[in-house]
Design a binder for this molecule. Structure first.
Ligand code: ADQ
Length: 472
């Protein structure tokens, strides 16, 4: 085992991988998280006796200390918490993170707010995360910071003379220089990112955008460009920059999708829908996911190809998200109206064109939806990666699903050749892609899905973690 593998790993993210809430009897309870990042990092943290640092997602009234007792023995890694007040959550998380960096980095300038109070709280909270981390870190530990909420942590850790290797991974896209330049605090964010030893992006395009921004903003910085990682140098300091497309635990999804429970649930879904072709959309409620545009493309399909009436159904699952932000509330209303209008216009007795579900689904149900759908329609306006696309492939165990994917999803860099790529702003083009998928022959479907599954299986999440840590 190399020296690197023996180091303890400290993961830092905005949210800890836990949910703290009250049960039906009003008793506080803690449940371990089950998202993609937890699945990826938990085995590594366990193997390295690691620690996860973050905001527990609850107010100060929760008896955290007693709830966390025994967590490390059970999960194999420990937790350290960064408490945040309600106002801090509003300004640092809902404000600067989600109303400034999120839309800007997704090229959606019209959604951006540039509020100096939000910025100040973002700086303060990043310092707090760094202070907690510095207080718990040992000499030999590797510190791995996750995502856009914590771009500035590295600067403070350096101020505190933390000498450990510092790595950062950005889960969302990195914008081109013309977009990044709009940010009033672009210099601070850039210096923040350059304070890490390794900065990881999802795709080659994001990495190139970042290097171009560095070249424009800091002409003295030299870039040594290599295939897997580039190195940036200035005044004796160097920063490695790489792209590491995140993925899923393919074997786990594949195994669960083959279970009898999922097969039965998938059959039931289709049975209820009378064996029509199912087109599936699954997204968090977010304006970056292109959900209204997708529903309009489906409407266009019905308008243009009347022979598909009664033979195709769009099943759109939307998971509630960021419900405190007014823009997300507006989007929810827009979706309700769109689906209602189209169903009223095209629906017939025995056929509802759009089934629209607004809630999170348990894993077994989600897999049944993936397995039942002949077509997945994943059309974000912009997305760092999009794990739903990969999950759909891993769960398509019958091998005959067609993936329609936005060219602006990070996943298109890996899956673009075997998926049907669309521009989500092109309503007509997307309608035609659904039409093409509907009529695609069994042989072509199987060949494309075989290639998609092979790609996700090879480039799985364990490989993602390994590549990232090996690059440090
Ligand atoms: P997200 O924007 O959240 O992630 P995505 O990558 O698609 O987007 O992940 C969504 C996750 O939520 C998936 O694992 C999916 O299974 C789950 N999910 C979606 N709908 C669900 C439902 N109805 N019920 C239950 N679970 C559901 C951010 C970036 C992405 C990047 C990821 C990981 O925006 O671009 O791919 O981080 O880096």
């Amino acid at each position: 085992m190399s020296e690197k593998q023996q180091r303890r790993l400290i993961a830092v993210s905005n949210r800890l991988p836990i949910a703290v809430d009250r049960d039906d009897q009003g008793q506080w309870q803690l449940t371990a998280g089950a998202g993609g990042l937890v699945t990826a990092l938990a085995p590594v943290l366990k193997h390295h006796q690691g620690m996860w640092i973050g905001w527990p997602g609850c107010g100060e009234e929760a008896p955290l200390d007693s709830l966390l007792e025994g967590f490390a023995d059970k999960q194999g890694y420990s937790l350290a918490t960064v408490p945040l007040s309600q106002e801090e959550v509003r300004e640092y998380y809902e404000g600067f993170s989600n109303m400034t960096l999120w839309p800007l980095f997704h090229d959606l300038l019209g959604h951006c707010q540039f509020n100096p109070d939000h910025w100040r709280t973002y700086v303060e909270v990043n310092r707090r995360f760094a202070d907690v981390t510095a207080g718990t870190v040992g000499d030999n530990d590797l510190i791995w910071v996750q995502d856009y909420q914590l771009t500035l942590m590295g600067v403070r850790l350096r101020e505190l003379k933390v000498k450990n290797p510092l790595a950062f991974f950005l889960h969302i896209p990195f914008p081109a220089p013309d977009m990044f330049r709009r940010l009033p605090w672009k210099n601070e964010i850039m210096q923040g990112l350059l304070s890490y030893d390794l900065v990881g992006f999802q795709t080659l395009r994001d990495r190139r955008n970042f290097v171009q921004c560095v070249r424009e903003m800091i002409p003295n910085m030299k870039a040594d460009i290599r295939r897997r990682t580039s190195t940036l140098h200035e005044d004796g300091r160097s920063v490695k920059v790489g792209h590491f497309p995140i993925s899923i635990d393919f074997n786990e999804f594949n195994r669960q999708a083959r279970s009898k429970e999922v097969a039965d649930a998938a059959w039931y879904l289709h049975e209820k829908l009378s064996r029509r072709q199912l087109v599936l959309g699954v997204d968090r409620l977010d304006y970056t996911k292109g959900i209204p545009e997708r529903i309009l493309a489906f409407e266009r399909l019905l308008e243009k190809y009347p022979e598909l009436h009664r033979n195709i159904t769009l099943l759109q699952v939307v998971v509630p998200s960021r419900t405190q932000v007014p823009e997300y509330q507006k989007l929810k209303e827009e979706l309700d109206q769109l689906a209602g209008r189209i169903n009223a216009q095209y629906g017939e007795p025995g056929w509802v064109p759009i089934h629209y579900i607004f809630r999170s689904l348990p894993r077994e149900q989600l897999l049944a939806h993936y397995r039942a759908a002949e077509i997945a329609l994943i059309t974000p306006l912009r997305d760092g990666m999009n794990l739903v696309a990969k999950e759909y492939c891993a769960a398509s165990v019958d091998g005959n699903g067609v993936l329609i994917l936005s060219e602006f999803a990070g996943a298109a860099e890996q899956l673009g050749r075997a998926a049907l790529l669309v521009n989500p702003y092109d309503i007509d083009g997307t309608a035609d892609a659904i039409h093409r998928a509907y009529h695609m022959g069994a042989e072509e479907r199987r060949d494309r899905m075989r290639r998609l599954r092979a790609s996700v299986q090879r480039n799985n999440v364990h490989r993602w973690v390994r590549h990232f840590i090996d690059s440090l």
